[in-house]
Design a protein around this ligand. Sequence first.
Ligand code: GLC
Ligand code: CA
Length: 571
Amino acid sequence: MWWKNAVVYQIYPRSFCDSNGDGMGDLNGITSKLDYLKNLGVDVLWLSPVYQSPGDDNGYDISDYRAINPEFGTMEDFDRMLSEAHSRGIRIVMDLVVNHTSDEHAWFCESTASRDNPRRDYYIWRDADKDGNPPNRWWSAFGGSAWEWHEKTGQYYLHLFSRKQPDLNWDNPRLRDEIFDMMAWWCEKGIDGFRMDVISMISKPDGLPDGRELPGGFTEPDCCNGPHLHSYLREMNERVLSRYSLMTVGECPGAGIEEAVLFTNPARKELNMVFQFEHVSGSRKASARYDKWDRPAMSMPELREVLSRWQYGLEKRGWNSLFLNNHDQPRCVSRFGNDAPRYRTLSAKMLATCLHFMKGTPYIYQGEELGMTNACMTDISQYRDIESLQTYDFLTKQEGLSEETVMGYLQAVGRDNARTPMQWDDSPNAGFTSGHPWIDVNPNYTEINAASQIDDQNSVFFYYQELIRLRHTLPVMVDGRYELLLPDNDQIYSYMRAGNGTEKILVFCNFTKDPAPLPMEISEAFGCGASRLIGNYPDLPQGKMRPYEALAIYIGMKGNDDEIQNEQKNR
Ligand code: GLC
Ligand code: CA
């Protein structure tokens, strides 16, 4: 279970580092930055898809699972990256996108060839209803009907995402065989795990019934946690996963705690951990017509309630993944912190403190370790993300919302916020490319970049490095129980991690720009011989916690609890 004390770093390859000046990040770019990542201290890299793809959804539409997208390099480049990573003790986890393929995948080409093609049933085909309309009113995640008419064979196919991402039919055992063979092929190459894209959606509900009503005459497809999901995952585990030493994390929209236990309880032999989305979906306290787009942001108390519920809920029953952003989410410092120059560094470190001391496996999304902020795109022509572009069209044209309102939505929660190029230095295009980048660089790269941070002891980078080092050296950070403190404090998020012996870590994070009264617990702890582990101000708080102040303190003897207990026995 090496993944329990690992820290994972997510790379979005097209935005990470471009080695050949074509404006697109690539595998050789990643290889050239392995020393940077080693220096940061992460154990695992999760690569968003690098497979062959027409790029309708930036690689989440795969046309050949066993080939590298030429934009990213060759299979030789991949092999070199893998062995260079391994030689530095860094593992590689691949994105596995098997809810759907590209419509340019050979399987789909065969499936569309004729109704009796042997691979017809690899996808989900249905007749039109009696009026020629799609079989149900499901909405696709990126806009419009989830069904596309196929003239030649006279049926509709299902696509929960774009029309170029037809859904696979997991109920077909031959399809499952092919997927498992492909996974084993990658495992034989020596990769170290899989992040499984929307894996909670692979088993569709019987009869494909309409779900909750949505604007525009559509309904929500109720495809998460379908009837055969867990049996398919157990089959995958038995036939592939259990035969290698892998780390597996399922992307599981729609999963609550009880579902997560089903996925991650080791006795069930499915996955190691899942990504859940309750804490990054906006406030549940308000209703929203357009879901994530017009949902108010989540307040700290709500965030704390959700994260604590997950911490308690999986204790001894499963395992959490810890993340505040990824390639689909706004930047965490802009969303949960404060990206104004005065508070950016402080609040980025505060959020990191809050997340990294929790129980679970932490994920860092590229650039988060620099405190990178949301993109500030002011014109729709700057956007590249299919979800943002299709939503823009739907909301302005069909729903009649103003340009200003919709641009505001995209600026707050659009996926391109996370996809601007990695900011390496203050040279043109942030040192990401010598050519023209596929998406605009955030103009703040002259202030925020890796080169200016790696040797600066006050930088966000340095702080992440220290948090990672602490996780690798303090077992209580991995194994300790989570206990919420100060549950009614509306500025400070505080919790404790407690080992079986005397070891404890107390964490205090002021989520606001206002000073907060100093909790008694801090002075009490120092009265009992506690020591400061890490904090984002150079000294201890006096009287108040300062704006966005974070502090973690350590109580007890450093070292493994078991060691301490043995020591005590031996005395
Ligand atoms: C996941 C990916 C997202 C993609 C979608 C469809 O949510 O993270 O980027 O668009 O699945 O594959
Ligand atoms: Ca390139």
